[in-house]
Ligand binder design. Structure first.
Ligand SMILES: [Zn+2]
Length: 341
């Protein structure tokens, strides 16, 4: 995800972003059943919990286990920095496949190569497919790659980030989607439910329309070829959803009806303190589907003001099991609403 502070259409954001930064902001195909060895959950469950916070119990969050999602973030961080094409991301991919298999999910994998400013990079998208009773698909998505470089908004220069583990940016939404997959793979709804784990969201060098969102662009293009893109009723993206002090603002390029669905659901569940009525703007994986005519929403923490976005400070200490549980609960209830329409 990227804050478009050089994009003319986003001039309003530019101004608020810069004013914040003056005050010290650092914002800086093949189809197969998932293959894997033994389920990883025993390993994950034995991971020491991060600084405890008061995550609601699963029975108070629609079944969503925030502590479990948080442990899944810790597991990803444990692989170290994992930008696209790295040896570490191959380990993350194996971990994701083994987890999903242990939940009984069926997973398509798409290995592809992307031509990038730093050369040709191997990438892999994973797509969980839960069948429904009727035509129509509800799609959830996250990216699991971490940023290899970022542009410092203060100096304007691109710098490599060899220690960036992306606990919140990449890790949190992926832990959230794994926990949703655990809950949803055994269920069958009216419509199909697909969960995409996308590679290559981050820029390889410097964010642009061609250097970013490789995985979602690849997946959307494949779904156009297969004809499935027309069946997608809603594309629900999570990104940067685990921050201890997270605030969620309405993303202004998203489909209004879907933003309203999420925010109304959050308010009904009592989460108005996290789901605020302000507006933010983000370029993210939802763009790849919106440009193909798919209604979409980007549920994204207020990255521009969190103080650690795209810096080495995006580490496990920033992650809250409570925030993950709240967002997970809102996703579950929103999906339930969409399944009933
Ligand atoms: Zn990012």
């Amino acid at each position: 995800m990227f804050s478009a502070f050089t994009h003319p259409v986003r001039a309003v954001l530019v101004l608020s972003f810069l004013s914040v930064c003056l005050n010290g902001c650092q914002a800086g195909g093949s189809s197969s059943r998932a293959e894997g060895q033994a389920p990883f959950m025993s390993t994950v469950a034995s991971t020491p919990p991060q600084a405890a916070d008061d995550a609601p119990a699963p029975d108070k969050a629609g079944g969503f286990d925030g502590k479990r999602a948080s442990a899944l973030v810790a597991k990803q961080v444990g692989f170290g920095p994992h930008p696209s094409g790295s040896p570490a991301i191959a380990k993350v991919q194996d971990f994701l496949l083994a987890e999903l298999k242990s939940y009984g999910c069926t997973v398509d994998t798409d290995n592809f190569t992307a031509d990038t400013p730093i050369g040709r990079i191997s990438m892999k998208n994973l797509l969980v497919k839960i069948p429904g009773e009727k035509p129509g698909i509800i799609m959830l998505a996250t990216h699991y790659d971490t940023a290899r470089a970022a542009r410092d908004p203060r100096t304007g220069e691109v710098h490599l980030m060899p220690t960036f583990v992306g606990a919140d940016d990449g890790g949190s939404s992926t832990g959230l989607m794994l926990e949703l997959a655990r809950l949803l793979c055994p269920q069958h709804g009216r419509y199909g439910l697909w969960i995409a784990f996308l590679d290559g969201e981050e820029a390889m060098h410097d964010w642009s329309d061609t250097d970013s969102r490789y995985g979602s662009r690849e997946m959307a293009a494949r779904l156009v070829l297969s004809g499935d893109i027309k069946k997608i009723k809603a594309f629900l993206l999570a990104d940067i959803v685990g921050g201890r002090n997270a605030q969620f603002l309405r993303e202004d390029s998203s489909t209004t009806a879907l933003v309203d669905l999420f925010w109304n659901t959050a308010h009904k569940l009592g989460y108005s303190a996290l789901f605020r009525d302000g507006v933010t703007s983000a370029q993210d994986d939802h763009d790849s589907f919106m440009s193909r005519g798919v209604p979409a929403v980007d549920v994204i923490g207020d990255f521009a003001n969190n103080g650690y976005w795209h810096t080495p400070e995006d580490n496990l200490n920033k992650i809250s099991a409570k925030t993950l549980a709240v967002v997970g609960h809102v996703f579950l209830e929103s999906v339930k609403q969409l399944q009933s329409q």
